[in-house]
Design a protein around this ligand. Structure first.
Ligand code: NAD
Ligand code: IPM
Ligand code: MN
Length: 372
């Protein structure tokens, strides 16, 4: 059949709450836009640990490899903080990213006009903001060897006697492929890429800079490329974020810089992401879509979570996995309309007020906006 296959992994905390709103949106597109989705559900993170003693079963891993797109809510929570590192909820997500080889994590940060006054920065700094962070997702210090916590017994000067090790490691090939993703995406936007590393203190940063420049000079000379140290990049992101179009950076810097970029838009509850691999034989990339935020244990189970990041992640699935760009825009416009109407989950509630809504009411309002 020509149904699109989806594996939904709601995960932990607010993950299931925000994912329930995405399911409403999927149902709406099936009922009203002639699309057909073959939807399966599974467990990841703490939810999978509770059921199976592992944050991701081999069976769920295999299903993730086989579908057109995976939709993930969020993983983790205080209940699981005491677990052995190897079975922590976050390991399930990292295994999905690694084994599906999802090396390019697209994290757009767009400031909706209705929220410009709600950003922690001034309206005139963020109005119209539209940047895209491309974060390398399958390598770097998240995965480099050696790693671990070891005893440091031979070092009498080390109080406590232990050492914790992680390794920042990048191959030229890993850098080139994510650089290509960034340049390709830039050509469809503002045609500008800023690459961020710390080439002033890290050899892997020197390699990063050289390889990004190589890809530029040999394959994308038409795209404007600049390089910036990541610490300056963090400062520039809050000083004058609109100077950027596409930012390409490594796994750890990308994690941190994208959380910072989130607040430019008003709330972490607004930021979607797409994690993409290389195109397969059918021309589509392996793909996983997830909000940038986590399981938000402080608000879980209270109907307070903003489902927009998760809903906009589904819009990215429509665009990048299913080539349904028009449907993606329809959904994004519905979100924009609801925000313009002053509909606000708690995280978006500022002094200027608005209509306070719960997670599921926000989903319903977005469906109503799709109808109109
Ligand atoms: P978090 O993103 O879960 O929460 C940070 C803050 O933002 C909290 O105050 C939370 O209430 C708020 N927030 C987040 N999403 C929101 C939403 N949709 N609506 C309203 N408010 C929202 O980060 P954290 O507290 O550092 O981490 C909590 C757990 O989530 C940890 O176990 C962490 O490892 C995990 N985590 C998972 C992912 C993921 O699954 N992709 C991402 C980040 C953190
Ligand atoms: C994210 C999260 C993850 C990361 C964790 C939960 C593994 O913070 O997706 O941004 O660090 O990549
Ligand atoms: Mn993060």
């Amino acid at each position: 059949s020509d149904a699109y296959s989806l594996l939904i992994l709601p995960g932990d905390g607010i993950g299931p709450e925000v994912m329930a709103e995405v399911v409403k949106v999927i149902d709406w597109f099936q009922a009203n836009r002639g699309m057909s989705f073959d939807v399966a559900h599974g467990l990841v993170g703490g939810a999978s640990y509770d059921a199976h003693g592992t944050p991701l079963t081999d069976e769920t891993m295999a299903r993730a490899q086989a579908v057109d797109a995976v939709l993930l809510g969020a993983v983790g929570g205080p209940k699981y903080d005491v677990l052995d590192f190897s079975v922590k909820p976050e390991r399930g997500l990292l295994r999905l990213r690694k084994e599906m080889d999802l090396f390019a994590n697209l994290r757009p940060a767009q400031c909706f006009d209705a929220l410009a006054d709600f950003s922690s920065l001034k309206r005139e700094v963020v109005a119209g903001l539209d940047i895209l962070i491309v974060r390398e997702l399958t390598s770097g210090v998240y995965f480099g060897e050696p790693r671990g916590i070891h005893s440091d017994d031979n070092n009498p000067d080390n109080e406590g006697g232990r050492v914790g090790i992680n390794t920042q490691r990048y191959t030229s090939g890993e850098i080139r492929r994510v650089a290509r993703s960034a340049f390709e995406l830039a050509r469809k936007r503002g045609n500008k890429v800023c690459s961020m590393e710390k080439a002033n203190v890290m050899e892997s940063g020197i390699l990063w800079r050289e390889e990004v420049q190589w890809v530029h000079d040999n394959e994308y000379p038409d795209v404007e490329l600049s390089h910036m140290y990541a610490d300056n990049g963090a400062m520039q992101l809050v000083r004058a974020p609109r100077q950027f179009d596409v930012i390409v950076t490594d796994n750890l810097f990308g994690d941190i810089l994208s959380d910072a970029a989130a607040m430019l838009t008003g709330s972490l509850g607004m930021l979607p992401s797409a994690s993409l691999g290389a195109p397969m034989t059918n021309g589509r990339p392996k793909a996983l879509y997830e909000p940038v935020h986590g399981s938000a244990p402080d608000i879980a189970g209270q109907g307070k979570a903003n489902p927009i990041a998760c809903i906009l992640s589904f819009a990215m699935a429509l665009r990048y996995s299913f080539n349904e760009g028009e449907a993606a825009e329809t959904l994004e416009r519905a979100v924009e309309k609801v925000l313009a109407d002053g509909v606000r989950t708690a995280d978006l509630m500022g002094p200027e007020g608005g209509t306070p809504v719960s997670t599921s009411q926000m989903g319903d309002r977005i469906i109503a906006a799709l109808e109109s």
